[in-house]
Design a protein around this ligand. Sequence first.
Ligand SMILES: [Zn+2]
Length: 184
Amino acid sequence: MSNNPLKINIDDLRLLPQQRLNVSFKESVDGLDAVKPVSGEFTVSAGATGIKLNGQVQTLLKLTCHRCLQPYFLSLNVPIDEHFQVWTPQADDLRRERELTAGDFIEHLSEDGTLDIVDVVYQAVTLATPVTCLCGDDCPGPAFPSNEARRGSLAGDKEGRDRADRIDPRWKNLKTLFPKDETD
Ligand SMILES: [Zn+2]
């Protein structure tokens, strides 16, 4: 086996009884907004076409609410169930073809048949991180400056309505220039 227990080679995996391995994961993963290590358990198994990775990770993210702009914590449980195909020189062409027809994304082992679990965890947690961050149902809403801006725009709406009222008569006048019987 390789020295890094989180980099699993398919040839090594095939030498194991039942061609499977249980992996405990507890790592600080670079590039995530996690405030504690990502932890979890995986079963890694080798099949005829590649490696299957099955398990779940937990972590705690520190995010910024997009509405009130305050930091908040989000605990995440991310199930991971992925199949990584053995890389071949034709793999890229086959993948492109299949993605176009089947619409699903196929992942591959690296050229030397290695799966990097840290990479998989990074991608899974990134995908599970909300795109729109909201601290909760009791979010206090936008901070003071945004409230001011909102009041300003409400005032603007009223002016807009007044202006529309003033414009209305002119539209009425325009209508009288093109009486209905002449357009028929
Ligand atoms: Zn909020």
